[in-house]
Design a protein around this ligand. Structure first.
Ligand SMILES: Nc1nc2c(ncn2[C@@H]2O[C@H](COP(=O)(O)OP(=O)(O)OP(=O)(O)O)[C@@H](O)[C@H]2O)c(=O)[nH]1
Ligand SMILES: [Mg+2]
Length: 253
């Protein structure tokens, strides 16, 4: 929890006081925010509740063996984000929900993500935000074709002694994606950056070029096996449980 909700405030009591985490659930009308909130808090799907009511719920959770006092604000904006101050300065983390069977709800989620990106820029404080596709059981009626989700994808690799380049370069060439060799990063305008085993220090200017941030994908359960060879160490130590950590990269200041 502490790494996921990096900005959570510890309670003001003794050391063992639970972490206090405020989570705001955002998204278009009917995306299923209230259903999700009720399902998460009661562990079952309830169809009878007041769906348009905005309310804040409390729950005591245990995450990574730590007690967490979670408050969930189930918002209900009329159509687009309104009076956002009520959650922007309150929440430590945001869940932006869209409904898989509604293209409109998917498109509207970008206004929430843009709002969060703008707020993070203005306050110099970014909070975790997760985009969640709800109503998986309706996925057959999906209006978003997967190939339409990404408009533009380009690849940057580090130089390799092999003339064919690293496997990621070979894959990019085979998939007819534009490839640049570091330090050339192309000149395109991007929304999100993703880095994996890159091994180069990324400048603040480069990180800030991505309005929705830059993610690092690291194949270990950090902080275990931080460093350049996580998979090798996992195998050598015979770990029976491992995972992948996805974290947001912040400029080194
Ligand atoms: N099939 C299906 N229906 C769902 C699911 N989650 C929610 N619904 C239905 O979708 C409708 C809208 O859900 P709500 O939870 O009220 O949506 P909301 O985002 O809270 O809507 P507002 O409060 O008006 O902004 C309700 O009829 C729910 O029963 C789901 O996972 N699958
Ligand atoms: Mg609701």
């Amino acid at each position: 929890m502490s790494s996921v909700f990096g900005k959570a405030r510890a309670g003001s009591g003794p050391q063992s006081a639970p972490l206090e985490v405020n989570l705001a659930i955002l998204g278009r009308r009917g995306a299923g925010k209230s259903a999700l909130t009720v399902k998460f808090l009661t562990r079952r799907f309830i169809s009878e509740y007041d769906p348009n009511l905005e309310d804040t719920y409390s729950s005591e959770e245990t995450v990574d063996h730590q007690p967490v006092h979670l408050r969930v604000m189930d918002t209900a904006d009329p159509d687009t984000p309104r009076n956002c101050e009520r959650y922007l300065n309150w929440a430590h983390a945001f869940l932006v929900v869209y409904s898989m069977d509604s293209r409109q709800s998917f498109e509207d989620s970008s206004s929430y993500l843009e709002l969060l990106a703008l707020h993070a820029k203005e306050t110099q404080r970014s909070s975790p935000a997760l985009l969640l596709g709800n109503k998986l059981d309706m996925a057959q009626y999906r209006e978003n074709k997967e190939e339409e989700l990404i408009e533009n994808l380009e690849v940057v690799t580090v130089p390799s002694p092999s003339p064919k380049g690293l496997p990621v370069k070979q894959y990019a060439v085979q998939s007819q994606l534009p490839v640049y060799e570091w330090p050339d990063v192309g000149s395109g305008e991007y929304d999100v950056g993703v880095v994996a085993s890159f091994g180069r220090l990324l400048s603040e200017a480069l990180i800030l070029k991505f309005p929705y941030g830059m993610l690092n994908v690291h194949p270990s359960c950090l902080p275990r096996w931080r460093g350049p060879a996580p998979i090798i160490h996992t195998v050598l130590h015979g770990d029976t449980i491992t995972g992948v950590t996805i974290m947001q990269i912040r400029p080194k200041r």
